[in-house]
Write a protein that binds this ligand. Structure first.
Ligand code: GTP
Ligand code: MG
Length: 137
């Protein structure tokens, strides 16, 4: 069965939305396999976001992800990677569809990076890579 890495970013944790977000993923039918709250290190974030190095939002993104604790989870289920990304909504929370996590809980706060509450792996390869980074397996 497929696995994905879900992160609740510092904005979601600070706003006390972790439970509400996890509840939506569980209610969809996916199984929570691992869960922890972590203060990410710069090293972990640079590995996680390696594909974005050099982009204008890269440094603000890393700083934002260092700004508070993160909730990291592994969810399992058939097609969970695309299922979670559908639940999360598109990257920009201002225009993410209502009914999605980003669409219902997110907005533009005028910061250099989009604070969009969650991360979900985008392919089986990135899921296994990211699970290794955050959970070491
Ligand atoms: P993740 O699930 O977090 O990976 O989001 P995503 O796959 O929808 O976006 P992507 O991997 O392309 O970018 C990673 C993160 O960088 C996003 O979630 C945003 O927080 C931020 N980001 C991406 N594109 C932009 C952009 O064009 N401008 C700004 N300000 N931030 C961006
Ligand atoms: Mg991404």
């Amino acid at each position: 069965t497929e696995r994905t890495l879900v992160l609740i970013k510092p904005d979601g944790v600070k706003r006390n939305l972790s439970g509400a977000i996890l509840a939506r993923v569980e209610a969809k039918g996916y199984t929570l396999a691992e869960l922890k709250k972590v203060d990410a290190t710069r090293e972990v974030l640079e590995e996680h976001y390696a594909e974005h190095e050099g982009k204008p939002f890269y440094e603000p993104l890393v700083e934002f992800m260092l700004s508070g604790p993160i909730v990291a989870a592994i969810f399992e289920g058939e097609r969970v990677i695309e299922g979670f990304r559908s639940l999360a909504g598109t990257t920009d929370p201002t225009t993410a569809a209502p009914g999605t996590i980003r669409g219902d809980f997110g907005r533009d706060w005028g910061t250099a990076v989009q604070q969009n509450l969650v991360h979900g792996s985008d392919s089986p390869e990135s899921a296994e890579r990211e699970i290794g980074i955050w959970f070491g397996k």
